[in-house]
Design a protein around this ligand. Structure first.
Ligand SMILES: [Zn+2]
Length: 110
């Protein structure tokens, strides 16, 4: 004889096996993003902030982009209350007003 507790467990198990896997349900960019996350890439679109390096002309900060240009924001000083934005184009290193150099690095699109 089945108790009510047994019935509750059986229905919960059936529900979890019935739900489709999100990976099988996703398509296109969403699926590629999920696969990248599963592979350990937590930033597949390169949108997380980047710590600046020395940023000299011969050793610029490398900015990844899947396109030939990208909008870059530089927090010029640690206590700055605003962000300096500038367009960075492929093949044209650019110097921010604070003196740091940036260069676009082409990466494959997701
Ligand atoms: Zn700056």
């Amino acid at each position: 004889m089945l108790s009510t507790r047994t019935l509750a467990r059986a229905s919960a198990r059936a529900y979890t096996t019935w739900m489709p896997d999100p990976l099988e349900h996703a398509t296109g960019k969403e699926k590629r993003e999920l696969l990248a996350h599963m592979a350990g890439n937590c930033d597949p679109f390169h949108i997380m902030s980047i710590k600046r390096g020395p940023g000299k002309k011969d050793c610029p900060n490398i900015i990844p982009s899947a396109f030939n240009k990208r909008l870059v924001g530089c927090v010029c000083h640690p206590h700055a209350s605003h962000v300096e934005y500038m367009w960075l184009h492929e093949g044209q290193p650019k110097r921010c007003g604070c003196g740091h150099w940036f260069q676009l690095c082409r990466v494959p699109a997701l």
